[in-house]
Every structure is written in C-alpha cells, then in structure tokens.
Design a protein around this ligand. Structure first.
Ligand code: ATP
Length: 264
C-alpha cells in the first residue's frame, strides 16, 4: 500500500496496515482488528496527538517504572506489532523485563510473537535510541532485558482459562507492571494482587482505564516513543500525588476540545 508522505493520517494508516499484515501472518487473533479499530476511533477523537494530560501520565508511569523493584512490560499481540522496538528500548532504560502475554493464547501465536520480539531485540541492540549512548553499553543494557512468556508457570488469581497464565519470574512477581491495551478483568485481577498497574488505552472510559493505577490515554507507539525519549534523561524523581480519576476527566475534556465543540 502506498500512502503519500503528506497524507494527514499517514501514521494511522501505516499502523492499520501493520495490524492487517500481522493478522494475515498469524501473529494476531481476528479480534485484534476489532480492538485496533476501537483504538483508532478514540485516537481520531483525540486528534491523533499526545495530549498534555497523556504527557503527565507518561511521566508518572516512567517515574514508577524507575522506582520499581521488579518492573515488567507486558506485551500482547497488537502492542508487539505496533511498538515492540520501543518497548524493548524502554525495558532496557528502566531495567524492566518483558513478558509476551496474550489473551487468546495458542502455541502457534506465542511462537510467532516470541520470535518477533527476539528479532526486535536484536535490531534494537544495534540501533540505540540516541547517538549519545555508547554502543557497547547499549548492547549490554538490551542484552540484559529478559523476555518471559514461553513457559507460563503461574496463574493470576480469580481469572479462568488461558488468560490467567503468566510467568512466575515476570508478571506474577512484578510490583509495577505496564500493560498496554489490557482487558478490564485482567487489569482488575492484577490490581487485586497488589500491583501498581500502568495501562496505555485510548479509551478513557474502558474498564481497564478506570481500574488502573495510572492510565495513559494515548496511542501505544506514540506513548512508548515519548517514554523512551524521557527515559534517556534517567529517573525523574517527581513527587506527584497522582489522581488517576482526575487524569481521566482531563483526557475526556481534551477529547471535547479536540473536536472543537467545547471551548479550550
Ligand atoms: P475493557 O475490558 O477495558 O472495557 P474493551 O473490551 O473495550 O476494554 P478490548 O477490545 O479488549 O477493550 O481492547 C481494546 C482497547 O485497547 C480499547 O479500549 C482501545 O481503545 C484500546 N486500543 C486499541 N488500539 C490501541 C492503540 N494502538 N493504542 C492505545 N490503545 C489502543
């Protein structure tokens, strides 16, 4: 598909094509297209940009990842396809591990996604996010990012079926977990386990968004890219008294403002 460079919705159309191609290649369940479409609709309303309230949430999320003892970035199929490289960079910079954890788990899909994320890790190792990082140091940082998911040996309590599965060394023992595009039930179950749950979800009204400890209402690739740039500066040491409900209200107000129906 050829999309002109000056097409106003170029990024969105490229992401859509990535999802379509990955689904055809067997990396994603059919429902992944529906979830993506729901995200696109909200992104359209937000104006396909990172709002000020999302920037604040990204800063808060980063601060929590830096302060965590066992931070984990949980990757589903869509997130791996859209922002896998950014997630690996973020994991390297915040000392997090990565877990491939999908809702509709099949052995084939897990094998394909794990191979995809390992290829991305190899790519990221040779391509630091900034010229200022020394190559050898960057390689070591990326090498130390653990990828979990191959042998799930633990279960998230109160969930039934394959979606309860996780790794004892990854999600199960994490104190802070970044789960882009999570499902409401699982988000609730992770919060009940006492974890700080950071989500990236374009829908500020989803059960996931309203249940999480920190909700980033932004597109997953944009959010991760920004967090990588911020993480290059090191820990932020912000002392914010985070109010997630207020952040969601801000996000809804920003939607109103981008549609120009409400005054700014
Ligand atoms: P919940 O169970 O939390 O109420 P849901 O059933 O609406 O959620 P799903 O269909 O499981 O949600 O997941 C899709 C969610 O991910 C939607 O809320 C959608 O807005 C969001 N989403 C989809 N694509 C993206 C993306 N690229 N970036 C950020 N969020 C996205």
């Amino acid at each position: 598909m050829t999309i002109p460079d000056d097409h106003p919705r170029r990024e969105s159309l490229l992401s859509r094509q990535k999802i379509v191609d990955a689904q055809a290649a067997g990396l994603l369940a059919d429902s992944a297209l529906i979830a993506h479409g729901r995200g696109e609709a909200f992104d359209y309303l937000i104006g396909e940009r990172t709002t000020d309230s999302a920037k604040r949430a990204e800063m808060e999320a980063l601060d929590r990842l830096f302060r965590a003892k066992s931070p984990v970035i949980s990757m589903n199929g869509n997130t791996t396809v859209l922002a896998g490289r950014e997630a690996i960079c973020l994991a390297a910079l915040t000392n997090s591990s990565v877990e491939i954890n999908i809702f509709y788990r099949t052995e084939d899909r897990m094998r394909l996604l794990l191979s995809e994320i390992h290829n991305m890790k190899d790519y990221v190792m040779e391509n630091p996010p900034s010229d200022e990082i020394e190559s050898e140091r960057w390689r070591d940082m990326v090498k130390s990012v653990k990828i979990h998911g191959e042998n799930p040996d633990a279960k998230i309590p109160h969930l039934k079926g394959p979606r309860a599965l996780c790794s004892s060394q990854g999600i199960f023992r994490a104190d802070v977990i970044l789960v882009p595009l999570e499902d409401g039930d699982r988000c609730e179950a992770l919060v009940s386990m006492g974890k700080e749950v950071i989500v990236i979800d374009l829908n500020p009204l989803s059960r996931t968004s309203t249940t999480a400890s920190v909700t980033i209402v932004d597109e997953v690739k944009r959010a991760m890219e920004r967090m990588v740039i911020m993480a290059l500066e090191g820990p932020l040491n912000s002392n914010s008294d985070w109010d997630n409900r207020a952040a969601l209200v801000d996000a809804l107000n920003e939607i109103g403002r981008s549609t120009k129906l409400l005054s700014s």
